[in-house]
Design a protein around this ligand. Structure first.
Ligand code: PHE
Length: 446
């Protein structure tokens, strides 16, 4: 076991894991969700979800990975031989690969925008033209795929170098860069005339907006944002050295992830408020709304480049972690070299990305369950596989795994903290996940 790859430093552990957690979800979903659903009140609920559900489940995944010292697919075969629990790992491998099938396409859009901003072509005259340009680009057959191809190469160059020299080193460089850009941007935003209005939208607590569905949405966002339930944290956990304390790592990663989400709001809303444009969520926020705002700013090109580099770096460190789940699995199970394993998974993701990119153009008529490929990959991975994986994970660690093994894995922890974590994994998490699942699949409406 000792020749298995490991993250070399604790800082590397944090950089890589925060890299996975901080992604497009922090930029285009969280800030808007908070603004629309009660501001400061939503924030309090979100932070509670992260503390009560997120951190315990992160610990559960880390513990499985580090104890088993192997990839997500095999981990539960090692820990629970002759049982079916290893399905958790397979669900993770499938879900993370499917997520890549659309996340890579969106990441490609981000790169197109970096390119356009550098060439000074991003800013059309009118708002309608900006919307139009985005739609024309998105529905083009080849152009988005060129960027997916470029990103596959970048991901390959990082991942094929391995855990320490590839993932850890890249994260150690990219994460500080990401924070730096974010802070520069926030500094600028806060000097704008609309700063107070923007902050008010984000933070002003309105408890009347909080209801069951808002709480469930906050939980779902916490899962997605912390990259829980996809085998990523099992895989990364298997690269942690024994001296890495799991609850502390979970807490640090979660706090940084929440911090980036809040800072993203502090960056975005003062700008939109200052230039009188109402914020949106999802792809339109960064591909339509923000270009409209940037173009009114002094040194528009520079701010646009900074912003899209920021989004690109956030997305890249997330895609690396998504790739690693399947790559670790096939390289260890099929005894492939890291390069061959990376290449194989990249090919599979290339096919999925082509399907989802073309679902905006030539394949738009092809529907399964009433969804095009892009939506299908998103729905099936985030709404079905992720909750099912998370549910089984909490049952396994809460009810099946030996308590003393779990406690030993956590590292030095007070008995109280251990009990709280275990309580959440046993009782709160499974119930919460069932409710989220019923609500997002529409089986039950609250
Ligand atoms: N956590 C990332 C985000 O907030 C997305 C992601 C989800 C990355 C799942 C990896 C796995 O955007």
């Amino acid at each position: 076991m000792s020749n298995r790859a490991q993250f070399a430093t604790k800082l590397g552990v944090i950089a890589a894991t925060v890299g996975s957690a901080v992604g497009l979800g922090n930029i285009w979903r969280f800030p808007y969700m908070a603004g629309e659903n009660g501001g400061g009140a939503f924030l309090i609920i979100y932070i509670c979800c992260v503390l009560v559900l997120g951190i315990p489940l992160m610990c559960a995944e880390f513990a499985i990975g580090r104890k088993a010292q192997t990839n997500a697919g095999r981990a539960l075969k090692v820990l629970a031989p002759k049982s079916a629990w290893h399905i958790i790992g397979y669900i993770g491998i499938l879900a993370s690969t499917l997520i890549l099938g659309y996340y890579m396409v969106i990441s490609g859009w981000v790169v197109e925008y970096i390119y356009q901003a550098i060439k000074g072509e991003l800013f059309a005259e009118s708002a309608a033209e900006i919307t139009n340009n985005f739609n024309t680009f998105k529905t083009d057959v080849f152009r988005p795929l060129v960027w997916v191809g470029a990103l596959l190469v970048i991901n390959y160059l990082i991942i094929s170098r391995g855990v320490t020299k590839g993932i850890e080193k890249a994260s150690n460089i990219m994460m500080p860069l990401l924070f730096l850009i974010l802070l520069v941007f926030c500094g600028y935003s806060l000097t704008l005339p609309g700063a107070l209005e923007g902050l008010n939208y984000l933070f002003n607590p309105d408890f009347s907006k909080i209801d069951g569905s808002v709480i469930l949405a906050a939980m779902g966002q916490a899962f997605f944002s912390l990259s829980i339930g996809l085998g990523i944290l099992i895989t990364y956990g298997s690269y942690f050295k024994r001296n890495v304390n799991l609850p502390k790592t979970g807490l640090t990663v979660s706090l940084l992830d929440v911090l980036v989400a809040i800072l993203a709001g502090i960056m975005i809303f003062p700008i939109t408020a200052s230039f009188g444009i109402s914020p949106t969520q999802g792809p339109d926020l960064i591909f339509v709304t923000l270009p409209n705002v940037f173009k009114q700013m002094f040194m528009a090109d520079m701010w646009a480049i900074l912003f899209f580099v920021f989004a690109g770096v956030a997305a890249l460190t997330s895609t690396i972690s998504l790739f690693e789940v399947a790559i670790a699995y096939i390289s260890e199970e099929f005894k492939l070299s890291r390069k061959k394993a990376s290449f194989t998974i990249m090919l599979i993701v290339a096919v999925l990305s082509i399907l989802s990119s073309l679902s905006f153009s030539v394949l738009s008529e092809i529907k399964l369950f009433d969804m095009n490929f892009f939506d299908l990959f998103d729905y099936f991975s985030a709404n079905i596989l992720l909750p099912v994986g998370g549910f089984l994970l909490s049952i396994y660690v809460g009810w099946v795994m030996k308590k003393k093994d779990f406690k030993a894995e956590l590292g030095e922890t007070s008995t109280l903290l251990y009990r709280l974590i275990l309580f959440s994994i046993r009782f709160i998490a499974p119930v919460a996940i069932v409710f989220i699942f019923l609500s997002i699949t529409g089986i039950f409406k609250f």
